[in-house]
Every structure is written in C-alpha cells, then in structure tokens.
Design a protein around this ligand. Structure first.
Ligand SMILES: NC(=O)c1ccc[n+]([C@@H]2O[C@H](COP(=O)([O-])OP(=O)(O)OC[C@H]3O[C@@H](n4cnc5c(N)ncnc54)[C@H](O)[C@@H]3O)[C@@H](O)[C@H]2O)c1
Length: 383
C-alpha cells in the first residue's frame, strides 16, 4: 500500500512491533506530494469519508488535497478552527467529536491533520479516541511538526496548567512531509522548529551540531540541500529514540532535553496568551539544563557557552527577559518553580532531568539539588 511518485525524496518505513500497535506505516519526505494521499487512501480503505482538520490559515489553501480526494471518490469534510496552543484543549476536541458523530464517521473513515504540532496533537488525540481509534494521516506543515510532533505517536491536549496532560500513543497510517509547506512557514515558526533540531544535535549528534553552527546562513535561507540534511537527520534521531521505547520508559526520555524548564517557562508566561512558541521555550530550557549540567556534572563553561552561541546565531531566546514580556522576575521564577513539578517525567515524586554530558550525548539524572535548580532559573530569567 504505497504511493509511487517521483517527487518523493525519501521514505522511512516505521514499525512499532513491541508497542502493541503492530501495523507499520511510512513517513514520506518530498515536494508537492500531499495530493498523492488520495491514491494511497483509495488503495487503503473502502470507507469514503474523510475529515481534514486544519487551522483557519489552511482552510482556503488545501484545495489541491481536497480536490484530489474528491476526484478519487471521497466525501470530504473540512474542519477548521483558530489554531494556536490555547485551542489544544478539550473544548476543541469536543467540537471535532461532534462533527464526526454528526456525519456518521466510522473506524475505517480517515482524519487528515494538516498543520503544525497543535493540529497534529489535537486531531491525533481525537482520532485515537473516537470509536477507540480511526485512521489518521499526518500532514505536518511546520518544521516542529515535520521533525518532531508528527513522529513517535504522541498525541495530546493541554489541560489547565499542564501541557499535554490528556493524551495517548497513536500512530498514523501515513505521514506526509511536504517541503512545499516550508515556503509559507513564518520565520518565527521556522526558528522554533530549528530549536528542536538543535536539541536533537545536542542529545545525539555532534556532527549535526557543528553543521548547524557552521552553515547557519544556508539553514536560515532554507536552502534545500541544508534543509533536507537537517530534516533527515532530525527524523532519524527521533526514530532512533522512539523505535523501541514508544511509551517513554528509557531512551525516549532524552528527547525531552530542554523541555522540563522550557515547559515551566512556557506555561508560567503563557497563561492568557502565548508569549513563547514551544521551540522558543525549549531553547531557554536547554540553556537552563546546560547550566544545571555545569554544576551537577562539574563541567567547565564550554557546553553551556556553545549552546548559547548556536541558539543566538539562529535568533532564538537563550534567556527570558521578564520585564520585556510584562512579568516581575522574582514572581516569574516562583511560578516556574511551582509549575516545573507538573512535569510528566517525574518518577517517585522526583524530577528527572536530561543533561548534556557532551555536545552529542545526554543522559537522564534525578536528584538535582533545589539550589542548583533555583540558580538555573536565576540564570535564565532576568529582569
Ligand atoms: N507530539 C509530540 O511529540 C510533540 C513534539 C513537539 C511539539 N509538540 C507540540 O506541538 C505544538 C507546537 O507545534 P508548532 O510549533 O508547529 O505550533 P503550531 O501548530 O501552533 O503552529 C505555529 C503557527 O504556524 C502556522 N503554520 C504552521 N505551518 C505553516 C505553514 N506551512 N505556513 C504558514 N503558517 C504555518 C500555524 O498556523 C500556527 O499559527 C505544541 O503544542 C507542542 O506541545 C508535540
């Protein structure tokens, strides 16, 4: 059941045999390949109902996909909403469930999630729970979604102050990474995705880190050779970390590098409106984690300074200037220290931190002294 199309540059077969979700699927990377989903589905299912979930930006921009689906005989519903992290919640999920129920969607019907990580996580969560699971296809449109959120099966919605509090592990039947989306992705969202690629480099690939350091101009210009190099490598690193650990018991934890402090900053600053993109929070969180590593692992300054230098090269935040975003620094630190304990990696009530042992290698540690955590927040949260 595959798409044959010459604009596909690379295929990644994915199988998660040990996870209990046995069926494999493919991740396709190419250009202009989204409409080919219609051929794939025509071979895959006899159910002709398809719902495309996207945010309002994409509503009028997915005609090539919906036309191809209609031409192949599918009945297509488009469900769009405002988008953004504040809509990744139970209310929005309920509205999608209603749309599915009203149109008699069945397990063999298909949901296609076109968008960034918010759409993929939310639509994926709904697809994973509706009738205990319907067909899901990811069409990630942001860099973060292409190399991270659409891979590995995590789907979730936020609940109150906890990011991704209600969720599931659910794999799509196909993941289509179409570089055409890169042409319209806003610079800030592109950079936020690069933060996740820098994270991949720190945890697993010094060569990629050096490449990002030396080739920042080509990467910032989104030159195709540079883009493909970093996208391929980030996908491979993600797959290497989730293949045998879908439920995040061991190696997958490393992908959370920068997320423990990053999520705390993201939630504490973003109660009412988004201050930091997810990737920007991760950038600040990586600096915090590198600061902890320097003290806890008794390192010199080099690892911390290299983080800051590369993140700054890409215009990513390395610290949170609280005054500039309307917060008092001391109050914000207190709020971060409260919110950090909502972290899902906690074990036996203890926080676990992914810390860099070197550029290209991270390990998971527990038992970080409170004062080191406090000092790291003092470092990343300024006036
Ligand atoms: N499931 C996972 O493993 C995982 C991993 C990483 C992040 N996430 C989640 O992903 C979310 C962040 O994802 P994101 O950074 O993609 O944010 P997002 O989905 O909010 O997208 C950011 C913005 O970019 C716009 N956009 C996306 N693609 C575009 C394109 N091609 N052209 C023009 N505009 C485009 C969107 O409309 C939106 O306004 C967070 O909720 C985070 O928790 C999940």
């Amino acid at each position: 059941m595959t798409i044959t199309n010459c604009s596909i540059f690379k295929r990644y077969p994915v199988s998660f045999g040990s996870s209990g979700v046995s069926a494999g699927y493919e991740i396709l990377v190419g250009r202009g390949i989204t409409p080919a989903i219609a051929d794939f589905l025509a071979q895959k299912t006899k159910d002709d109902r398809v719902i495309v979930v996207c945010d309002d930006y994409f509503k009028g921009r997915i005609a090539s996909l919906t036309d191809a689906l209609a031409k192949a005989g599918f009945s297509v519903n488009v469900y769009s909403f405002e988008g953004g992290k504040h809509h990744k919640n139970i209310n929005e999920a309920m509205r999608i469930y209603e749309a599915l129920e009203k149109s008699d969607f069945a397990r063999d019907s298909t949901m296609i999630a076109v968008g960034g990580g918010v759409i993929g996580d939310l639509a994926g969560f709904v697809a994973s729970t509706y009738l205990r699971g319907m067909n899901l296809i990811h069409v990630p449109s942001s860099l973060t979604a292409m190399i991270d959120s659409s891979i590995g099966g995590k789907v979730a919605i936020n609940f109150r102050k906890t990011v991704n509090a209600i969720g599931n592990y659910y794999h799509p039947i196909l993941n289509v990474i179409d570089l055409d989306f890169m042409d319209t992705l806003p610079p800030r969202d592109y950079l936020a995705g690069l933060a996740e690629i820098i994270k991949c480099a720190v945890i697993a690939d010094k060569e990629l880190f050096d490449y990002l350091d030396v080739n920042s101009e080509a990467v910032l210009r989104r030159e195709e050779v540079a883009l493909l190099k970093i996208i391929y490598r980030a996908i491979e690193i993600k797959l290497d970390h989730v293949r045998d650990d879908v439920r995040e018991q061991s190696i997958r934890l490393k992908l959370n590098y920068g997320h423990t402090m990053g999520h705390a900053v993201e939630i504490s600053t973003g109660m009412f409106e988004e201050v930091y993109r997810h990737g920007e929070g991760v950038a600040i969180g990586m600096v915090g984690a590198a600061h902890i590593a320097r003290a806890f692992l008794k390192q010199g300054d080099e690892i911390l300074k290299r983080h800051e230098a590369v993140l700054e090269k890409y215009g990513l935040p390395v610290k949170c200037a609280s005054g500039a975003i309307g917060f008092d620094a001391d109050l914000l630190k207190k709020e971060c220290l409260r919110n950090i304990f909502k972290d899902k990696k906690k074990k036996d009530a203890m926080l676990r931190f992914v810390l860099p042992v070197a550029i290209g290698r991270c390990e998971v540690y527990a038992g970080i002294p409170d004062e080191m955590l406090q000092k790291a927040f003092d470092y990343i949260i300024g006036q």
